[in-house]
Design a protein around this ligand. Sequence first.
Ligand SMILES: [Zn+2]
Length: 64
Amino acid sequence: MVCTVVKCPYCGFEGEFRLIKTWRYRWWNVYFYECPKCDAHFASYVDPEGKRKSFAILYKPRVR
Ligand SMILES: [Zn+2]
């Protein structure tokens, strides 16, 4: 399991995120997180081989 430092792209929260699920997309390991502070969802794409730069895809924050 690749350990990544995750930061919420919406509110900048750093800490423990709720990991909703993980899956594989091509060579990426995808970690789908929910921010406990602002309820935003985002997916972090991580290359397990480290050849490519990881990136995050944003989803709309859940409206309360
Ligand atoms: Zn957040």
